[in-house]
Design a binder for this molecule. Structure first.
Ligand code: SF4
Length: 328
Protein backbone atom coordinates (compact mmCIF):
# COMPACT_ATOMS: atom_id res chain seq x y z
CA UNK A 1 0.00 0.00 0.00
CA UNK A 2 1.36 3.45 -0.91
CA UNK A 3 1.31 5.65 2.14
CA UNK A 4 0.55 9.35 1.92
CA UNK A 5 3.56 11.58 2.46
CA UNK A 6 4.24 14.03 5.28
CA UNK A 7 6.98 16.64 5.25
CA UNK A 8 8.37 18.66 8.14
CA UNK A 9 11.67 20.27 9.04
CA UNK A 10 13.62 22.02 11.76
CA UNK A 11 16.20 24.76 11.62
CA UNK A 12 19.57 23.74 13.10
CA UNK A 13 19.91 26.75 15.38
CA UNK A 14 20.33 25.03 18.76
CA UNK A 15 19.85 21.89 20.80
CA UNK A 16 16.22 20.80 21.15
CA UNK A 17 14.31 21.12 24.42
CA UNK A 18 11.16 19.80 26.04
CA UNK A 19 9.04 22.25 24.05
CA UNK A 20 10.22 20.58 20.83
CA UNK A 21 9.67 17.12 22.31
CA UNK A 22 6.03 17.68 23.20
CA UNK A 23 5.36 20.25 20.46
CA UNK A 24 6.75 18.40 17.45
CA UNK A 25 8.76 15.24 17.97
CA UNK A 26 6.09 13.18 19.73
CA UNK A 27 3.72 14.14 16.93
CA UNK A 28 6.31 13.22 14.28
CA UNK A 29 6.71 9.82 15.95
CA UNK A 30 2.96 9.19 15.72
CA UNK A 31 2.84 10.36 12.10
CA UNK A 32 5.75 8.13 11.13
CA UNK A 33 3.68 5.08 12.11
CA UNK A 34 1.01 6.05 9.60
CA UNK A 35 2.64 8.05 6.81
CA UNK A 36 5.73 8.12 4.61
CA UNK A 37 7.48 10.87 6.56
CA UNK A 38 10.30 13.06 5.29
CA UNK A 39 11.99 15.07 8.06
CA UNK A 40 14.70 17.52 7.15
CA UNK A 41 17.33 19.73 8.69
CA UNK A 42 16.50 23.16 7.26
CA UNK A 43 20.02 24.60 7.22
CA UNK A 44 19.31 27.12 4.46
CA UNK A 45 16.40 28.37 6.54
CA UNK A 46 18.79 28.83 9.46
CA UNK A 47 20.79 31.18 7.22
CA UNK A 48 17.77 33.40 6.53
CA UNK A 49 18.16 34.83 10.05
CA UNK A 50 21.67 33.70 11.09
CA UNK A 51 23.52 34.55 7.88
CA UNK A 52 26.04 36.78 9.67
CA UNK A 53 27.29 33.93 11.86
CA UNK A 54 26.83 30.53 10.25
CA UNK A 55 29.59 28.93 12.38
CA UNK A 56 27.24 26.69 14.37
CA UNK A 57 24.96 25.45 11.59
CA UNK A 58 26.96 22.27 10.84
CA UNK A 59 27.36 21.45 14.53
CA UNK A 60 23.65 21.86 15.19
CA UNK A 61 22.81 19.75 12.14
CA UNK A 62 24.29 16.79 14.01
CA UNK A 63 22.97 17.91 17.42
CA UNK A 64 19.39 18.22 16.18
CA UNK A 65 19.59 14.83 14.46
CA UNK A 66 20.85 13.34 17.73
CA UNK A 67 17.84 14.86 19.49
CA UNK A 68 15.48 13.31 16.91
CA UNK A 69 17.04 9.89 17.37
CA UNK A 70 17.11 10.17 21.16
CA UNK A 71 13.44 11.15 21.18
CA UNK A 72 12.68 7.87 19.40
CA UNK A 73 12.35 8.81 15.73
CA UNK A 74 13.43 5.89 13.61
CA UNK A 75 15.41 6.57 10.40
CA UNK A 76 14.26 3.19 9.08
CA UNK A 77 10.64 4.30 9.23
CA UNK A 78 11.20 7.89 8.04
CA UNK A 79 13.60 9.70 5.74
CA UNK A 80 15.98 12.15 7.43
CA UNK A 81 17.85 14.53 5.16
CA UNK A 82 19.74 17.82 5.00
CA UNK A 83 18.22 20.56 2.85
CA UNK A 84 21.48 22.06 1.58
CA UNK A 85 22.66 18.70 0.20
CA UNK A 86 19.77 18.84 -2.26
CA UNK A 87 20.30 21.74 -4.68
CA UNK A 88 17.02 20.65 -6.32
CA UNK A 89 15.20 22.64 -3.59
CA UNK A 90 17.11 25.80 -4.59
CA UNK A 91 16.42 25.29 -8.28
CA UNK A 92 12.71 24.81 -7.67
CA UNK A 93 12.69 27.89 -5.44
CA UNK A 94 14.26 29.90 -8.25
CA UNK A 95 11.72 28.66 -10.79
CA UNK A 96 8.85 29.47 -8.40
CA UNK A 97 10.25 32.97 -7.89
CA UNK A 98 9.58 33.71 -11.57
CA UNK A 99 5.81 33.57 -11.19
CA UNK A 100 5.16 34.26 -7.50
CA UNK A 101 3.80 37.79 -6.96
CA UNK A 102 5.82 39.78 -4.45
CA UNK A 103 2.62 40.69 -2.60
CA UNK A 104 2.02 37.02 -1.69
CA UNK A 105 5.29 37.04 0.28
CA UNK A 106 4.89 40.50 1.79
CA UNK A 107 1.53 39.60 3.29
CA UNK A 108 2.71 36.45 5.13
CA UNK A 109 1.98 37.40 8.78
CA UNK A 110 5.19 35.92 10.23
CA UNK A 111 7.23 38.07 7.82
CA UNK A 112 5.78 41.28 9.23
CA UNK A 113 5.85 40.06 12.84
CA UNK A 114 9.43 38.85 12.78
CA UNK A 115 10.67 41.99 11.03
CA UNK A 116 9.17 43.95 13.94
CA UNK A 117 10.19 41.58 16.74
CA UNK A 118 13.74 40.62 15.75
CA UNK A 119 15.58 43.88 16.12
CA UNK A 120 19.14 42.61 16.63
CA UNK A 121 19.44 41.35 13.03
CA UNK A 122 18.88 43.09 9.72
CA UNK A 123 16.13 41.03 8.14
CA UNK A 124 15.57 43.39 5.23
CA UNK A 125 17.07 40.74 2.98
CA UNK A 126 15.90 38.97 -0.12
CA UNK A 127 16.43 35.57 1.58
CA UNK A 128 14.20 36.45 4.53
CA UNK A 129 11.36 37.70 2.36
CA UNK A 130 11.67 34.63 0.16
CA UNK A 131 11.89 31.99 2.87
CA UNK A 132 8.18 30.98 2.70
CA UNK A 133 8.72 30.38 -1.03
CA UNK A 134 11.74 28.21 -0.28
CA UNK A 135 9.49 26.38 2.18
CA UNK A 136 6.95 25.92 -0.61
CA UNK A 137 9.69 24.36 -2.74
CA UNK A 138 10.73 22.11 0.19
CA UNK A 139 7.17 20.80 0.44
CA UNK A 140 6.13 20.64 -3.20
CA UNK A 141 9.30 18.91 -4.40
CA UNK A 142 8.23 15.83 -2.37
CA UNK A 143 4.58 16.07 -3.42
CA UNK A 144 3.77 15.95 0.29
CA UNK A 145 0.10 15.46 1.13
CA UNK A 146 0.34 16.79 4.67
CA UNK A 147 2.43 19.31 6.57
CA UNK A 148 2.12 19.25 10.39
CA UNK A 149 2.02 22.84 11.62
CA UNK A 150 0.96 25.02 14.51
CA UNK A 151 -1.75 27.58 13.85
CA UNK A 152 0.77 30.39 13.16
CA UNK A 153 2.27 28.41 10.26
CA UNK A 154 -1.03 27.81 8.44
CA UNK A 155 -0.53 30.87 6.16
CA UNK A 156 2.74 29.29 4.94
CA UNK A 157 0.90 26.15 3.88
CA UNK A 158 -1.75 28.33 2.24
CA UNK A 159 0.98 30.13 0.27
CA UNK A 160 2.37 26.73 -0.77
CA UNK A 161 -1.06 25.71 -2.02
CA UNK A 162 -1.38 28.96 -3.99
CA UNK A 163 2.04 28.41 -5.59
CA UNK A 164 1.06 24.84 -6.55
CA UNK A 165 -2.24 26.04 -8.03
CA UNK A 166 -0.56 28.80 -10.01
CA UNK A 167 2.07 26.41 -11.35
CA UNK A 168 -0.49 23.76 -12.27
CA UNK A 169 -2.71 26.25 -14.09
CA UNK A 170 0.15 28.08 -15.89
CA UNK A 171 1.92 24.91 -17.07
CA UNK A 172 0.80 21.33 -16.29
CA UNK A 173 -0.82 19.70 -13.26
CA UNK A 174 2.41 18.34 -11.78
CA UNK A 175 2.30 19.55 -8.18
CA UNK A 176 0.23 18.26 -5.25
CA UNK A 177 -1.56 20.80 -3.04
CA UNK A 178 -0.63 19.87 0.52
CA UNK A 179 -2.94 20.16 3.51
CA UNK A 180 -2.00 21.58 6.89
CA UNK A 181 -2.22 18.98 9.66
CA UNK A 182 -3.07 21.27 12.52
CA UNK A 183 -1.19 20.24 15.62
CA UNK A 184 -2.33 21.13 19.14
CA UNK A 185 0.79 21.92 21.10
CA UNK A 186 0.97 21.28 24.85
CA UNK A 187 1.84 24.45 26.75
CA UNK A 188 5.45 24.00 27.83
CA UNK A 189 6.67 26.85 30.01
CA UNK A 190 10.36 27.45 30.63
CA UNK A 191 11.82 27.51 34.12
CA UNK A 192 11.08 31.25 34.39
CA UNK A 193 7.42 30.83 33.43
CA UNK A 194 7.82 32.31 29.94
CA UNK A 195 7.54 30.14 26.82
CA UNK A 196 10.41 27.66 26.72
CA UNK A 197 12.97 29.07 24.32
CA UNK A 198 16.74 28.86 24.05
CA UNK A 199 16.90 32.64 23.67
CA UNK A 200 15.36 33.08 27.15
CA UNK A 201 17.87 30.72 28.80
CA UNK A 202 14.98 28.87 30.47
CA UNK A 203 15.08 25.53 28.67
CA UNK A 204 15.28 21.92 29.74
CA UNK A 205 17.18 20.29 26.91
CA UNK A 206 16.80 16.71 25.72
CA UNK A 207 20.53 16.38 26.39
CA UNK A 208 20.19 17.42 30.07
CA UNK A 209 21.04 14.70 32.57
CA UNK A 210 18.62 13.88 35.42
CA UNK A 211 20.87 15.90 37.75
CA UNK A 212 20.74 18.93 35.42
CA UNK A 213 16.97 18.62 35.07
CA UNK A 214 16.56 18.44 38.85
CA UNK A 215 18.79 21.50 39.28
CA UNK A 216 16.61 23.42 36.81
CA UNK A 217 13.21 22.37 38.21
CA UNK A 218 13.95 22.89 41.91
CA UNK A 219 14.31 26.71 41.68
CA UNK A 220 11.57 27.03 39.05
CA UNK A 221 9.10 29.93 39.28
CA UNK A 222 5.73 29.03 40.86
CA UNK A 223 2.51 30.95 41.55
CA UNK A 224 4.03 34.39 42.30
CA UNK A 225 1.31 35.13 44.90
CA UNK A 226 2.32 32.08 46.99
CA UNK A 227 5.03 33.70 49.06
CA UNK A 228 4.93 31.55 52.22
CA UNK A 229 4.41 27.80 52.68
CA UNK A 230 1.13 28.55 54.48
CA UNK A 231 -0.29 30.65 51.57
CA UNK A 232 -2.74 28.76 49.36
CA UNK A 233 -1.60 28.63 45.73
CA UNK A 234 -3.32 28.73 42.36
CA UNK A 235 -2.23 25.94 39.99
CA UNK A 236 -3.86 27.74 37.05
CA UNK A 237 -1.17 30.43 37.10
CA UNK A 238 1.73 28.16 38.05
CA UNK A 239 4.19 26.99 35.37
CA UNK A 240 5.13 23.96 37.49
CA UNK A 241 1.53 22.83 37.24
CA UNK A 242 1.69 23.23 33.44
CA UNK A 243 4.50 20.66 33.51
CA UNK A 244 2.41 18.40 35.76
CA UNK A 245 -0.17 18.46 32.96
CA UNK A 246 2.44 16.85 30.71
CA UNK A 247 3.95 14.31 33.09
CA UNK A 248 1.66 13.58 36.06
CA UNK A 249 -1.33 11.26 35.68
CA UNK A 250 -4.62 13.17 35.76
CA UNK A 251 -5.92 11.39 38.87
CA UNK A 252 -2.90 12.42 40.93
CA UNK A 253 -2.70 15.89 39.39
CA UNK A 254 -6.33 16.79 39.98
CA UNK A 255 -6.92 14.61 43.01
CA UNK A 256 -3.79 15.38 45.02
CA UNK A 257 -1.64 18.18 43.58
CA UNK A 258 -4.30 20.78 42.72
CA UNK A 259 -6.28 20.48 45.99
CA UNK A 260 -3.02 20.22 47.98
CA UNK A 261 -1.87 23.49 46.42
CA UNK A 262 -5.11 25.45 46.85
CA UNK A 263 -5.37 24.44 50.53
CA UNK A 264 -1.63 24.82 51.23
CA UNK A 265 -1.42 21.17 52.26
CA UNK A 266 1.61 20.69 50.04
CA UNK A 267 4.55 23.02 49.61
CA UNK A 268 6.08 23.96 46.30
CA UNK A 269 9.21 21.91 46.91
CA UNK A 270 7.14 18.75 47.57
CA UNK A 271 5.10 19.54 44.47
CA UNK A 272 8.25 19.84 42.35
CA UNK A 273 9.52 16.54 43.74
CA UNK A 274 6.32 14.83 42.58
CA UNK A 275 6.86 16.40 39.16
CA UNK A 276 10.45 15.10 39.06
CA UNK A 277 9.27 11.63 40.08
CA UNK A 278 7.13 11.54 36.94
CA UNK A 279 9.33 13.55 34.55
CA UNK A 280 12.69 11.87 35.11
CA UNK A 281 11.58 8.37 34.02
CA UNK A 282 10.53 9.99 30.71
CA UNK A 283 13.40 12.43 30.19
CA UNK A 284 16.24 10.43 31.78
CA UNK A 285 16.27 7.62 29.17
CA UNK A 286 16.19 10.22 26.36
CA UNK A 287 19.31 11.97 27.62
CA UNK A 288 21.02 8.61 28.22
CA UNK A 289 20.19 7.44 24.70
CA UNK A 290 21.42 10.73 23.32
CA UNK A 291 24.74 10.50 25.19
CA UNK A 292 25.29 7.00 23.78
CA UNK A 293 24.45 8.08 20.22
CA UNK A 294 26.71 11.15 20.50
CA UNK A 295 29.72 8.86 20.91
CA UNK A 296 29.45 7.95 17.23
CA UNK A 297 28.79 11.11 15.15
CA UNK A 298 29.88 9.26 12.00
CA UNK A 299 26.87 6.95 12.38
CA UNK A 300 24.63 10.03 12.56
CA UNK A 301 26.24 11.47 9.42
CA UNK A 302 25.64 8.14 7.68
CA UNK A 303 21.93 8.24 8.60
CA UNK A 304 21.72 11.72 7.05
CA UNK A 305 23.68 10.66 3.94
CA UNK A 306 21.47 7.64 3.43
CA UNK A 307 18.24 9.63 3.90
CA UNK A 308 19.49 12.43 1.66
CA UNK A 309 20.10 9.85 -1.08
CA UNK A 310 16.50 8.59 -0.74
CA UNK A 311 15.13 12.15 -0.77
CA UNK A 312 17.17 12.98 -3.87
CA UNK A 313 15.42 10.30 -5.88
CA UNK A 314 12.05 11.95 -5.25
CA UNK A 315 13.28 15.55 -5.51
CA UNK A 316 15.10 15.05 -8.82
CA UNK A 317 12.09 13.32 -10.33
CA UNK A 318 9.73 16.18 -9.42
CA UNK A 319 12.21 18.79 -10.62
CA UNK A 320 12.51 17.00 -13.97
CA UNK A 321 8.69 17.05 -14.32
CA UNK A 322 8.60 20.75 -13.40
CA UNK A 323 11.29 21.65 -15.93
CA UNK A 324 9.58 19.64 -18.65
CA UNK A 325 6.29 21.45 -17.87
CA UNK A 326 8.09 24.81 -18.04
CA UNK A 327 9.84 23.79 -21.24
CA UNK A 328 13.39 24.44 -20.04
S1 SF4 B 1 2.18 23.77 45.07
FE1 SF4 B 1 2.77 23.22 42.99
S2 SF4 B 1 1.13 23.99 41.69
FE2 SF4 B 1 0.95 25.03 43.68
S3 SF4 B 1 2.08 26.94 43.43
FE3 SF4 B 1 3.50 25.43 44.32
S4 SF4 B 1 4.52 24.55 42.57
FE4 SF4 B 1 2.71 25.57 41.81
Amino acid sequence: MIRKRVLSGMRPTGRLHMGHLFGALDNWKRLSEQYDCFFFIADWHALTTDYADPSQVKTYTIEVTLDWLAAGLDPKKSTFFVQSRLPEHAELHLLFSMFTPLAWLERVPTYKEQREQITDKDLGTYGFLGYPLLQAADILIYKAHYVPVGVDQVPHVELTREVARRFNSLYKPVLVEPEALLTEFAKIPGTDGRKMSKSYDNSIFLSDTPEEITAKIKPMITDPARKRRSDPGNPEVCPVYDLHRVFTPESEREGVIAPGCTTAKIGCLDCKQVLLNHALPVLGPISERRANLARDPEAVREILREGTGRAKLVASETLAEVKAAMQI
